[in-house]
Ligand binder design. Structure first.
Ligand code: GAP
Length: 513
């Protein structure tokens, strides 16, 4: 199965098992907007809890807030979003399709880099164990040529973006002979800037003064509350404020399922620090965040750092943690060194001081900020695409299994009476009643037990407890592990202790520090 087929299967699996549905599907859906079903909502909640606890519960100097989606419109002038939250767009005159000009160029660069990687891979197969990849990359003429070409385009593109030269961005597309994937032609329009914010009207005012925006990031809700939290929480620098919540962007190109949506959820943390310590804290948070991802147990090779070519209007340094999605490595999380840009802008637009008196150095200053920002939906997709497996079993049959980290699974335990009679369903109910205080538990009596196991594998349930005739005699059950498919017999009164070892979120949180 190639990656494209795998991605298609993941999308249909998500729908079939109640993870994700197209929004308002009975009206044919709404582009780039999705609903989470009964399984999806649970998995999303567990991912959010994992993030929240790792930030707020595990750090004594980080607190969480929940700011409103609507904010005073001046917020977005101060933050720079009204003037600078743009994507460069370009249209193909033949297909009438619209593209992000930067994405067309970045995809082209990635293709050249992939050619270099392919050369390395071929050589690695040829030379086997004696192969020195580093040396090969530094000396092989063809690899060097590809890498040089990619670097030259990158440098030219970076300069054009820094100088806001949209003509030059178009010229790069022309010079690279990039064609529209639909029409196959190079018949491009000019490149224009397009603001990504959604606006609406507040109250009954119809003039411009009533225009407010749906927040394009949750971060500003934190900045405007910086002093409120610092004073009421008696916070001492360095300290962080975290929040999760919806954000909205009128994306030009919305594709790849829940990867790029127009309504999505962010989990952001702003860490306020003394000016001059930003490099130290930037590196600190890069390290903490990659560890958090790796705590979920997926292969380390699936994650990599990527330094930003084009810095956002607020950033002094920025990188992404990229994940190897079925459509290649793409941004999953951003880590940004935002200096004092935001607080200074809010000081100047509001006329209110947003400073901190640092008793250690006896000085007041506007703190610098390191931000970590991850899209919950993108995280969901990364976890789902890594967990989804179609396995060939020893007996020749196949099963689809979601190998989710146990602590994140939507349903933790299924209690299954072997047959639907002789008091077994009632016994199953008893076991459910013992476990439901700690876990999401499901029970099902219909269909052969093997079929029920498969259904639980497909939604990632870590444990299936089977109630059989022995249970009625000796108060023991079998527990089947989703991944190994091995079964153990356990006494009912020992179930809670048994399960806690595997299902607690602390199994993941312990790996984050
Ligand atoms: N406050 C900084 C900020 O918003 P960003 O890189 O624009 O930075 C942060 O966004 C994260 O939000 C991204 O790494 C991504 O995971 C997620 N994100 C951004 N736009 C998204 C979209 N249209 N759909 C889904 N997730 C998105």
């Amino acid at each position: 199965m190639n990656q494209e087929e795998l991605f298609k299967n993941i999308i249909s699996h998500s729908k079939e098992y109640g993870f994700i549905f197209p929004s308002s599907e009975i009206y044919d859906g709404l582009s780039a907007v999705y609903d989470y079903g009964q399984m999806g909502a649970e998995l999303k909640k567990n991912l959010r809890d994992f993030w929240w606890k790792s930030m707020v519960q595990m750090h004594q100097n980080i607190v969480g807030i929940d700011a409103a989606i609507f904010m005073h419109p001046t917020t977005w002038k101060a933050s720079g979003h009204v003037d600078a939250f743009n994507d460069p767009l370009i249209d193909n005159k033949d297909s009438k399709k619209r593209y992000r000009a930067d994405v067309l160029i970045e995809d082209h660069i990635a293709k050249i880099q992939a050619k270099a990687d392919k050369e390395v891979e071929k050589a690695s197969k040829k030379f086997g164990e004696t192969f020195d990849e580093k040396l090969y990359r530094q000396t092989n003429p063809r690899v060097l040529e590809y890498l040089k070409k990619a670097e030259e385009i990158e440098a030219r593109f970076k300069l054009a973006l820094e100088n806001n030269q949209l003509d030059e961005v178009r010229q790069i597309i022309i010079d690279l002979e990039i064609v529209c994937p639909i029409s196959g032609t190079k018949n491009w329009t000019e490149v224009r800037q397009f603001n990504l914010m959604f606006s609406t009207q507040m109250g009954s005012v119809s003039e411009d003064s009533g225009t407010i925006y749906l927040r394009p990031e949750t971060a500003q809700g934190i900045f405007v509350n910086f002093l409120n939290v610092q004073k009421t929480g008696r916070m001492k620098i360095p300290f962080g404020i975290a929040q999760t919540g919806k954000a909205f962007r009128n994306e030009i190109v919305a594709r790849q399922f829940i990867f790029r949506m127009r309504e999505f959820e962010q989990m952001e943390m702003q860490f306020f620090i003394r000016p001059g310590t930003e490099t130290e804290w930037y590196n600190y948070w890069k390290n903490i965040r990659i560890k958090w991802h790796q705590a979920m147990g997926f292969p380390e090779s699936k994650y990599r750092f990527h330094d930003h070519l084009k810095l956002a209007h607020y950033a002094k340094a920025a990188c992404d943690i990229e994940f190897d999605f079925p459509f290649g490595f793409k941004e999953l999380e951003g880590i940004h060194s935002r200096s004092d840009f935001d607080l200074k802008q809010h000081e100047s637009f509001s006329g209110k001081k947003l400073q901190y008196f640092d008793p250690e150095i006896n000085e007041s200053y506007v703190p610098y900020v390191i931000e970590t920002s991850i899209g919950l939906d993108r995280l969901f997709l990364s976890v789902l695409s890594q967990a989804y497996k179609e396995e060939q079993l020893e007996d020749g049959s196949t099963r689809t299994v979601l190998s989710l980290p146990f602590a994140l699974a939507p349903i933790k335990v299924a209690v299954l009476p072997l047959v639907n009679k002789d008091g077994l369903p009632e016994k199953a109910e008893e076991v459910v009643n013992i476990l439901k205080y700690d876990y999401n538990v499901s029970t099902e009596a219909k269909d052969a037990i093997g079929k029920r196991y498969r259904r639980m594998d497909a939604i990632g349930t870590p444990f299936c407890i089977t109630i059989d005739y022995d249970t009625m005699e000796n108060q023991t059950v079998t527990i089947r592990n989703r991944d190994t498919m091995q079964q153990e017999r356990v006494l009912i009164h020992e179930l809670k202790t048994y399960l806690a070892r595997y299902l607690s979120l602390s199994t993941l949180l312990e790996k984050c520090i």
